[in-house]
Design a protein around this ligand. Structure first.
Ligand code: ADP
Ligand code: MG
Length: 704
């Protein structure tokens, strides 16, 4: 390789992997599998863990498997041939009157270095072998007789790929850090680093790879965690600012007359929370820029009414509103609820689902384009397909996305491009953990419904094993005899992408067993994803009207279905459901004036699963449960999935680093509110990093 002096830092950092010390063309090919292509990639290839050898121990204080360092004197060395090209090197290390055996396989060259009487420190994982402590392939550090004992090592542990060992990886990355870390410019200006108490890059890079002690490691990690989260938050803040200020939407202000015309349609008083959410929405919709608001509330908290209000406000101004539901059942239910409330008005409602014939669909689309429909309710899949095919609404003022927490930033970005900007209201299926709100939905404003409508009944929740089945079904039948209705939720089919056929067979089996056994003589309905929309519809109708006593179903009833007289629920295979999902299901039976009863039969296979189920019985607060679930399960695949479309986080952890998320969010908002395009040259590097990482996903391409 040519001399360093010939090249600029940027060129050096862009040096291809094969030219780095200890790499070469063959290893470069292996390293490419880890996305390590250029020198700079190695610098930011952070350890996935550390092996802590920093604990200096006396030999009789060693613990099995717990990494430690030991200082002593070489007592005896022995090299043996154990086969062609094979050898075993043994060394006995003496510390006072105690001994530690060290072994190296097939490393005969170590022999010369290990002279009897030399003082050294070995670091590794101790193992009790016979009556003696042993370390295999320990790291060795030679010490002069009078040298102070160094503090032990904290070694990086890197992700690996086949053909590269941990030690090789350590040497390669360590080499690049030594030669290249000093060439990287800091994304943050000095003043910013000082103000936030962050380690400068020139210090943080070496320390995150080869920490000299725990405090230095923590300081380095904090810097990169903060940096990663700040870059994300700046991207979200820029997007939010642009959505708010640079795009136009029709102003749809409310006035007293419109308000009373709308609220008259509801058969009840709005709760204080609903009123607050509606006020926030009205304030947004009055502005000439699109609303981007998330409405979150526990199951049954009355989100639909709030959405209805917003849609009718748009219609009052002669605009159209679209509501997208996750399932056809829910879309139909919305049409019914709206239809009932609007029976006496001139508001025209259309239903756009996959079960329309091509001719029907054509006709509906024509009406939408001609402005002959005021409110269009559809399933998300269909509406998406329609949006892609370029169907135009005559005058779309508002889009409501119902019961959706999987609807990520990316999809919303895509929707924006489809046409003129309407106002947007997104409703979550379930309360979301705070950090998720601040990240995946971080570009939205949030309204929250905390308290349920009055008269809501508590659901008695039981966790049961097979032994208690008989008693539960006895109780279940007694309640049915008293006029109540109930659900039975069949266990989830194991495979994540189970074909619907399997699901259907599963529900059918549960149905058959009950019909012959515990629920013989009662009228049972059957609901699963394999049925046609018309079939589903008639099953739901029958249950709604009380013609069936019990609905045996997959978890499709989890979202939004509203039958107040249904107060009983049996969940089978409860350990397979998520906490949020179980809470959602429970929400189906807390709708009327009778108390609800939920019995979850479960066979928890893990501690985590047991804790999840316990939480369900002790808390009925969806917000609290969301946080517990999030902590138990971790952020998992929230990022980096097609669903959310954001690149994965590399070092930050949304469960562990909540406080840093908040801090980064505040700092990002402060930065962007005073400098919306990040035009300050001090932040040019930060700006470039934000665009590189999130420009495409968040549609920030043309900032500045
Ligand atoms: P979710 O937030 O789960 O979508 P819904 O909007 O479906 O909840 O509302 C749940 C039930 O509560 C519905 O039956 C609805 O009619 C009723 N409801 C909503 N708001 C009120 C209110 N202010 N007072 C009484 N009942 C209400
Ligand atoms: Mg709802």
């Amino acid at each position: 390789m040519p001399e360093f002096a010939d090249k600029s830092p940027a060129e050096l950092l862009a040096a291809p992997a094969q030219f780095l010390k200890g790499v070469g063309p063959q290893r470069a090919e292996l390293l490419a599998k880890l996305d390590l292509f250029y020198a700079r990639d190695f610098l930011f290839f952070f350890p996935r863990a550390y092996q802590d050898l920093s604990e200096l121990r006396e030999i009789d204080q060693l613990e099995e498997g717990r990494p430690a360092s030991v200082v002593g004197v070489i007592e005896e060395v022995d090299l043996r041939n154990t086969g062609p090209g094979k050898s075993l090197l043994g060394m006995l290390l003496r510390q006072g009157t105690k001994y530690l055996r060290c072994l190296w396989f097939n490393q005969p060259w170590m022999r010369q270095k290990l002279q009897g009487g030399r003082r050294l420190m070995v670091s590794g994982e101790p193992k009790m072998e016979g009556m003696r402590w042993e370390m295999i392939h320990p790291r060795v550090e030679f010490l002069a007789d009078d040298e102070d004992v160094p503090s032990g090592r904290i070694l990086p542990v890197y992700p690996l790929t086949e053909g590269i060992s941990q030690n090789q990886m350590r040497r390669i990355v360590g080499g690049v850090v030594e030669t290249h870390a000093g060439l990287v410019d800091d994304v943050f200006p000095e003043q910013f680093l000082a103000a936030q108490g962050l380690a400068p890059i020139a210090e943080a890079l070496p320390q995150i790879h080869e920490p000299s002690d725990h405090p230095s490691l923590e300081r380095a990690r904090r810097r990169f965690i903060y940096q990663e989260l700040l870059v994300l938050q700046v991207a979200l803040a820029i997007r939010k600012f642009r959505l708010e200020h640079q795009r136009a939407a029709p102003p749809l202000p409310v006035n007293a007359k419109i308000d009373s015309r709308i609220t008259r349609l509801f058969p009840f008083e709005l709760t204080a929370g609903q009123r607050r959410a509606i006020d926030e929405i009205c304030r947004d919709m009055a502005r000439p820029h699109p609303m981007n608001r998330l409405l979150q509330g526990d199951v049954g908290s009355g989100k639909t009414v709030v959405a209805m209000y917003a849609m009718l406000l748009a219609v009052a101004h002669g605009h159209q509103a679209a509501l997208m539901a996750p399932t056809e059942i829910l879309a139909r239910q919305h049409v019914q609820t709206l239809g009932r409330a609007l029976a006496a008005s001139k508001v025209r409602i259309g239903l756009l689902t996959g079960s329309l014939s091509p001719a029907e669909r054509q006709e509906l689309l024509a009406k939408i384009a001609a402005g002959q429909l005021d409110i269009v309710i559809g399933t998300q899949a269909v509406t998406h397909a329609v949006a892609k095919s370029g169907v135009e609404f005559a005058k779309l003022g508002l889009v409501v996305i119902d019961e959706q927490h999987r609807f990520g930033v990316r999809q919303r970005a895509a929707l924006k491009k489809a046409g003129v900007d309407p106002h947007y209201l997104v409703m979550t299926a379930t309360p979301i953990p705070r950090t998720v709100g601040m990240t995946l939905f971080g570009d939205l404003d949030v309204s929250t419904l905390r308290e349920p409508p009055p008269g809501r009944q508590k659901v008695n929740t039981y966790l049961a094993s097979d032994l208690q089945r008989q008693k539960w079904w006895q109780f279940f039948r007694k309640q049915l005899d008293a006029g109540r209705q109930g659900y039975v939720i069949a266990p989830l089919v194991e495979e994540s992408e189970a074909p619907q056929a399997l699901d259907a067979a599963n529900v059918q089996e549960t149905f058959d067993v009950l019909a012959r056994g515990e629920l013989a003589g009662y009228k049972l309905g059957l609901l699963h994803g394999r049925m046609t929309p018309t079939e589903k519809d008639s099953v739901m109708q029958a249950f709604h009207a009380g013609r069936t006593n019990v609905l045996v179903s997959t978890s499709v009833v989890e979202v939004g279905v509203d039958v107040p007289n249904a107060t009983l629920m049996t969940v089978e295979g409860g350990e397979r459901f998520g906490l949020a999902q179980l809470h959602q299901l429970r929400g189906r039976i807390s709708r009327g004036s009778h108390p609800g009863y939920l019995c979850v039969f479960a066979n928890p296979q893990s501690d985590e699963s047991q804790q999840r189920l316990n939480a369900l019985t002790t808390s009925s607060d969806g917000f609290e449960l969301a946080e517990i679930d999030f902590r138990l399960r971790g952020p998992g695949d929230l990022f980096g999935t097609k669903q959310h479309g954001l690149p994965p986080l590399r070092i930050a952890d949304l469960v562990r680093d909540v406080a840093v998320v908040e801090e980064a969010r505040r700092d990002a908002q402060a930065l962007i509110s005073s400098d919306p395009d990040l035009a300050n040259p001090d932040f040019a590097r930060l700006r470039r990093m934000v665009l590189n990482r999130y420009g495409e996903a968040l549609d920030l391409g043309d900032v500045g």
